[in-house]
Design a protein around this ligand. Sequence first.
Ligand SMILES: Nc1ncnc2c1ncn2[C@@H]1O[C@H](COP(=O)(O)OP(=O)(O)OP(=O)(O)O)[C@@H](O)[C@H]1O
Length: 372
Amino acid sequence: MTVTRERVMQALAEVAVDAGGATLADSGRLSEVLVDESGRVMFSIFIDPPEAPVMENVRLAAEKAVRAIAGVTGVFATLTAEREGGTTAPATPPPPRPHAPKQPKTQRIPGVGHVIAVASGKGGVGKSTTAVNLALGLHSLGLRVGLLDADIYGPSVPKLLGIHGKPKLLEGRILEPMEAYGLKVMSIGFLVDEEAAMIWRGPMVMSAITQMLREVAWGDLDVLVVDMPPGTGDAQLTMAQATPLAGAIIVSTPQDLALIDARRGVSMFRRVEIPILGIVENMATFICPHCGTASDIFGHGGARHEAERLGVPFLGEVPLTMSIRESSDAGRPVVALEPDSPHAAIYKSMAQQVQTALAGAGTRAAPRIVIE
Ligand SMILES: Nc1ncnc2c1ncn2[C@@H]1O[C@H](COP(=O)(O)OP(=O)(O)OP(=O)(O)O)[C@@H](O)[C@H]1O
């Protein structure tokens, strides 16, 4: 049975918000309501932070009302203090749900040793390719590794790892991660179609990322690698707030313009006190598949200089090669398929450096974010 947004709104029109008779549907507190093709319903309820204890009851009532609709397979309802448009920072985390572990959402994810973000200031620079191969590099070092594709606006991890299908819903609202090449994997791409995700606003992005971090049965992991959405906006700040990140890796191509964006990325993470584990230069040099000649199409060495200038580690440079593009896009990542190739060696060396950096880092408390 198809669930419509109208049917959901009808149910929410039965949920009282206050004694004055206002309902959730007409209270002006409701974000966009999204329904995906498998009958999952997602929305946020705007609150002022002091209202959180009272509004948690409203959230529970809303969840119950929507769950009762025939055809609804899951309800993701969250309280948020962030208005669409993003002018107000989420001030106080919502109170824990009865079935959630009793801890603020800024605490570590149980069983997960370190969470690291792979980010880029701009799109299309090879961030996801780097995240996938770095995760595989860490796995090749004997670590238990998860990969979370939080790139709401272009989830490409399912494709890069050749994963099809949907994750299983375990008890409650917990999802079982998918598995590929020894990695545990969750992607927003498994859950909603790309067009739906594209229209999400700040609070929806925040709730989706938080749920993928916390409502997935990750099990025991040494490292969870998060493929971030490109850019330096709300989603990145949300990520930083939602979990204690051990550090961030910034991927850039060598062009000046990409480097300006990379610099923004570095300064954003610094602003929220997340250590930069290093910068990666991707598509550094073009290796001709026919004659093997190297040409610096986008220039070369820019990211290394930038890293020096910013005082952050430089993790390595990955050439622009047909074999990386073809193997990535065919769901056969180079580190898994050709572990002894020179390209795999570059990613493994990055993984080694990251492992060393993580070994020296304790788990940090997540910073409080103030959006100016
Ligand atoms: N070193 C490389 N050599 C050749 N092709 C590459 C390399 N790195 C990435 N690519 C290709 O570039 C394209 C974009 O890569 P990828 O999806 O990893 O980028 P992204 O920064 O995550 O993009 P988006 O911002 O869209 O998520 C893909 O087709 C990928 O195969």
